[in-house]
Design a protein around this ligand. Structure first.
Ligand code: ADP
Length: 405
């Protein structure tokens, strides 16, 4: 079975073509036959396309970005043409899977895309304006190029859909509950993949382990996982809640927002931009939203960079503590995504606070670029895992699973 995965973000899109040949799904992600990335941020009006294949084919080009569907069409052509050709014809593709950021309250599992599902994704755009419209455009572009191929929606909110009301409902007006204003949580595909992989590394049934997964990338969120489900998470109604992030603030006193909006000339757009693009590590350090940039600035003695680091670590520890309380115990703390997988310093700083639980990090293993590995000491009471998140593969697995029925 050949599965095409489209993982569309607001400014970039990753795509993969997987092939599953056996009767069962491999437990470890195979290498994609074809991998492509589109970046819309390079030049206004243009998109940068980068394609690699398992056989070593490579292509990099800039295309006119008149519409997302035109760019996707150009991208798909690289599957059947030139040095990146991996299939003869689009009819070889059995199914296309899409990451859909917001599935609201109704979509708690992956589904085959129908007109009704498309309408729901469109209606949920008001809750995820930077993502759901892009996801929908991806679905429509595939319809144009591949015709009636089966398409599957895999929702980033689905894994969190069983969070109990006490953790999901904000203590504002009860009208909010009726309007659907509640904690949805995000990065669900990554948290779920990491939970399953963690259980397999630990050699245990997923239903038997209590986990905290720390997805620390540009966006950051934690999930508390029990009986195979997320029971609490740090992102909320939007991906702005919770931890300090690269350029997003995370949770702040809502009174600050009221205070700012009362200042003459202050606008909602300005506040939106500030909280999403000019805050977090970037806002505090004034140097970079990238942990590496912040560390470099610290080594040059820049005090604001040190402050940004200290706040990031403080908040990470506090929220791990909050997830711990929701779980009432912990079998493994899992680190994933750009920062979680690569920053030994952040992992060490986060773990130090939990030594009182008997959590002991093996400092040697921690700095050895661990991938899908347990980095706790043998006598640690809590395991510490570093897992390379594989969202695209997780979407591919959902497609495979749905097509078996
Ligand atoms: P996204 O959330 O956009 O999917 P990633 O998961 O790829 O992002 O994470 C990107 C972030 O990972 C970068 O902004 C950077 O802060 C961090 N990162 C990547 N490599 C390293 C590294 N070696 N050390 C520390 N941080 C890193």
């Amino acid at each position: 079975m050949k599965i095409l995965v489209l993982n569309a973000g607001s400014s970039s899109q990753k795509s993969c073509l997987y092939e599953i040949t056996g009767e069962t799904i491999p437990s470890i992600a195979p290498q994609a036959l074809w991998f492509a990335k589109v970046d819309w941020t390079h030049h206004q009006g243009f998109a940068e396309i980068e394609v690699k294949t398992v056989a070593g084919g490579m292509l990099q080009k800039e295309v006119s970005a008149s519409s997302r569907s035109a760019v996707i069409s150009d991208l798909l052509d690289t599957l059947t043409q030139g040095s990146t050709k991996v299939i003869n014809d689009f009819s070889e593709i059995d199914v296309v899977g899409h990451r859909i950021v917001h599935g609201g309250r109704d979509y708690r599992q992956s589904v085959i895309i129908t007109e009704e599902v498309k309408q729901a994704i469109s209606q949920l755009s008001s809750l995820a304006p930077a993502h759901n419209p892009a996801n929908l455009e991806g679905i429509e572009a595939i319809e144009q190029v591949l015709g009636s191929v089966k398409q599957v929606a895999v929702f980033d909110t689905a894994f969190h859909s069983q969070i109990p009301d006490a953790a999901a409902i904000y203590p504002g007006s009860y009208d909010w509950v009726e309007q659907g204003i509640r904690r949805y949580g995000f990065h669900g595909i990554s948290h779920q993949y990491c939970a399953q992989r963690a259980a397999s590394i630990l050699g245990k049934d997923l239903n038997e382990v209590r986990l905290i997964t720390c997805h620390l990338g540009n966006g950051c969120s934690l999930a508390a996982i029990q009986n195979g489900h997320s029971i609490d998470t740090t992102m909320g109604f939007t991906p702005l809640d919770g931890l300090m992030m690269g350029s997003r603030s995370g949770a702040v006193d809502p009174g600050i927002l009221i205070h700012l909006l009362r200042q003459p000339g202050y606008t909602v757009e300005k506040l939106d931009n500030l909280l999403n693009k000019e805050s977090g590590l970037l806002g505090i350090s004034g140097e970079s939203g990238d942990v590496r940039g912040v560390m470099q600035a610290i080594s040059q003695g820049k005090e604001r960079a040190q402050l940004a680091w200290d706040i990031y670590v403080h908040r990470l520890r506090s929220y791990i503590g909050a997830m711990l309380a929701s779980l009432g115990g912990l079998d493994a703390l899992v680190f994933t995504a750009g920062v979680g997988e690569n920053s030994a310093e952040i992992r060490q700083a986060a773990c130090e606070s939990f030594a009182f639980l008997g959590l002991k990090l093996d400092l040697e293993k921690n700095i050895r670029k661990p991938v899908d590995m347990d980095i706790a000491t043998p006598d640690s009471k809590v395991r510490v895992l570093v897992i390379h998140t594989q969202e695209d593969w997780a979407i591919g697995c959902e497609c495979w699973r749905l097509l078996q029925h």
